[in-house]
Design a protein around this ligand. Structure first.
Ligand code: SF4
Ligand code: SF4
Length: 302
């Protein structure tokens, strides 16, 4: 076990008192890395397995102090404004110190942590989990990108009597999905779009493996909650929600009203794209409450 305690993973956030990532009050550990590239991703800083720099250009005073601090010459002033050459940036973090950037515009997302370090934080809320029926949730990105680290965290949590949940995409061969769900009490699983061509267009991968693994997880008697993040104009049409509910009922033999959660569009991630040096994302508005009610009714009708 000492060896497993020392395993290192890339972690980008540990969120205590979480109430949306499984039953009760939980600690959600967000791991870096994802096999999908969803165009609407709310956490684009999670996609790369490696640390990434985020920069708030609107708070930059163009003082230029970060230019000398950077070992890779990634910063320069162009037309009076600080510009980052993202190809050169290795997210070393040298420019993020408050002693360099007095405006604190920079932050590196993602850092290596051992299983022991993560579990020390998770275990500190043990009584809260007991009283609320909560526990540990491992999310991402997709925690399947770091299977050994995820499996070691789950094993350790189970040994300590902490309830466990994983949030995964299912876009990996079954062996890996099995490895990271074996010690999970709950599996939260995205069904983003039933039309394979649209799924490829929106996420960069086919949904075939995802649907196949969903069947295998249900056969393995895992406690599943399927979730569909509703993206305007991509998958929030009634046809897709009907197809998703039908898959859950007819192919998996589960009740959609109990096993499918629709997540209204959340635009909180949109500003992150520019901070990461990505191009401007397509911006959307949240669905109306009336339309969300109609979709819920559709799910309940199955
Ligand atoms: S994180 Fe490191 S490499 Fe990137 S801009 Fe800052 S100092 Fe340069
Ligand atoms: S040190 Fe901070 S405020 Fe100054 S130019 Fe660099 S990013 Fe902008």
């Amino acid at each position: 076990m000492a060896q497993e305690n020392n395993l290192i993973g890339q972690v980008f956030n540990i969120q205590r008192y979480s109430t949306h990532d499984g039953p009760g009050i939980r600690t959600t550990v967000f791991l870096k890395g994802c096999p999908l590239r969803c165009k609407w991703c709310q956490n684009p800083e999670s996609q790369s397995l490696h640390p990434v720099l985020m920069f708030r250009a609107d708070e930059c005073t163009s003082c230029g102090r970060c230019i000398d601090a950077c070992p890779n010459k990634a910063n320069s002033i162009v037309d009076g404004k600080l510009v980052i050459d993202w190809e050169r940036c290795t997210a070393c973090g040298a420019c993020t110190s408050p002693a360099v950037c007095l405006s604190m515009t920079r932050k590196v997302e993602g850092k290596p942590m051992t299983v022991e370090e993560v579990m020390k934080q998770v275990s500190s809320d043990y009584n809260l989990y007991l009283n609320s029926g909560g526990g540990l949730t491992i999310s991402g990105g997709d925690c399947a990108v770091q299977p050994e680290f995820t499996a070691a965290l789950l094993k350790k949590a189970q040994e300590e009597g902490i309830n466990t949940c994983v949030e995964i995409t299912g876009a990996y061969p079954w062996g890996r999905v099995q490895q990271i769900t074996e010690d999970a009490d709950y599996v939260y699983y995205d069904l983003k779009c039933m039309d394979d061509e649209k799924h490829k267009e929106g996420t960069g991968v086919s949904n075939r493996l995802i649907l196949e693994n969903a069947r295998k997880l249900v056969e393995a008697k895992k406690q599943m909650l399927f979730r569909t993040p509703l993206i305007p104009g991509f998958n929030d049409d009634k046809e897709n929600i009907e197809a998703t509910a039908s898959f859950i009922k007819n192919e998996l033999g589960l009740s959609p009203s109990e096993h499918l959660e629709l997540l209204a569009y959340n635009n909180l991630g949109e500003d992150k794209y520019l901070r990461l040096g990505f191009s401007e994302p397509k911006r959307h508005a949240r669905q109306s409450d009336k339309y969300l009610d109609e979709l819920e009714e559709l799910v309940m009708s199955f």
